[in-house]
Design a binder for this molecule. Sequence first.
Ligand SMILES: Cc1ncc(COP(=O)(O)O)c(C=O)c1O
Length: 376
Amino acid sequence: MKLKEYPIAKPFIGKREEEYVLEVLRSGILSIGKKIKEFEKLFTKHIGTKYACAVSSGTGGLHLAMIAADVKIGDEVITTPFSFIASANSILYVGAKPVFIDIDPLTYNIDPKKIEEKITKKTKAILVVHIFGQMADMKPIKAIAKKYKLKIIEDACESISASCNGQQAGTFGEAAVFAFYPNKQITTGEGGMIVTNKKKIYDLCASLRNQGRAKNMQWLDHKYLGYNYRLNEMSAAVGIAQLEKIDWMVAERCKIAKWYNKYLSLHSNLVQPPITAKGNKHSWFVYVIKLLPKNINRDKIINQLRLKKIYTKPYLPAIHLFDFYRKLYGYKKGDFLQTERAADRCLALPFYIGLKEKDVKYIVDQLLIIIKKYEK
Ligand SMILES: Cc1ncc(COP(=O)(O)O)c(C=O)c1O
């Protein structure tokens, strides 16, 4: 019997996306056209910020957000080592130093209790990452930022539509960045969005993404050292179609997460399902479990599941233990224990719109059979 394949992620693309992209292709305007403006406008409506500036990736967006927040050589930025590497890298891009804070072991987000002890005269900002679709605990973070006059920048790349005590991800700081790689809640193929309530930040980012051209300048006049971080019109067209159905898509993701929770909660001695903190609305970027048995070999579990065509991934490696971070700052194993424990034991399961309850049950059944086999 042919086994059904379960990829780890899959975009949800419909007829609307096809229609809008075709419209762009037929218009002949493939970049710097109407669609990017429309996408940005819809995005501000969805998030509730005044401005949105579409860019070619979340990474590019974070880079520009750092520049716009005036983070410079010699500054320090507080952030988490348990993230996709792009968050910390964006701090390095502007010559500043990422100062890592360990995570809360339940939500995997930065632990606000550990922030204050790492603040120095050089600290300029906090880059808060909302991991896996769940926001960090923003109340104490906001209080610390206020007390020490630090800027907040949100890396909301994984958490569009998430909220914390009723307030949307992306509305807490100077600027926030979202990302649209095909594994995200909404996709544009590649792409990202910077949101802000400050016109100055919007204007600067809009110029920097387009080679530093200022608004009223001629094509070949450049006011700043800029970049080519433009989002093309086809991608913006896909983004519009995705935004039109984002509420439904996030609801579908919640439904699938609930099925996983239901089947996994019966096995709390083997697996810790994701935990949503009180007051948080999760928007489910990925479904990540923690393997609990002491001597579990995660690689074996991944390989055995792969033989069943169930594709899973370690999520995420600890940033401070990547070679160049070790070399730059002398980090070593043991520096951030909660992060390292999560990095050693966490596993992302297949998670995408289209999974049925019976698929989820099958995946969980297979996972548990294999865990039990390799537990010792
Ligand atoms: C937390 C986080 N930050 C930044 C990024 C970078 O986004 P992109 O891949 O669009 O550059 C990602 C993407 O996966 C992410 O998960």
